[in-house]
Design a protein. Structure first.
Length: 135
């Protein structure tokens, strides 16, 4: 990833460190966690929330492989929902699904990388998930 010509999909969703992290929010009133970060708890509507980094690993809940082209987005690409240990379900682009490498229930890990190119030729980067590598 060329950081000089890359832009995040949306600021504040994830860190771009060597070990990336999704940024969620934990409510101090009800104790529940949500993603993405917001100033109001989506569960109890409390305003006493704090930013929190989320787990890098989760379980693939469901997915689909998209084969219909849209502007600036090469096909095929996979998207799906990842269940994190904090009780958060995250929608994300998935790596490894273009050739049938995904299955529901498999362990996935967070990565950050390009998801498309904008009209000026800049890489747009975002969080994605990929199957975990066996230890």
């Amino acid at each position: 990833m060329n950081d000089l010509n890359s832009k995040p999909f949306k600021e504040g969703l994830f860190t771009r460190n060597e070990v990336p992290e999704l940024m969620g929010v934990r409510c101090r009133d009800c104790g529940r966690t949500a993603f993405p970060h917001r100033d109001l708890c989506i569960f109890c509507h409390g305003r006493d929330v704090e930013p929190v980094g989320l787990s890098r690993r989760g379980i693939l809940h469901t997915y689909t492989v998209c084969r219909i082209p849209v502007p600036l987005l090469p096909v095929p690409y996979a998207v799906g929902y990842i269940d994190l240990p904090e009780g958060v379900r995250v929608f994300a682009r998935l790596e490894g699904g273009e050739k049938g490498g995904l299955r529901t229930g498999m362990e996935m890990e967070l990565t950050v990388g390009p998801i498309k190119t904008d009209r000026d030729g800049n890489e747009i980067v975002s969080y994605k998930f990929r199957p975990t590598t066996p230890s």
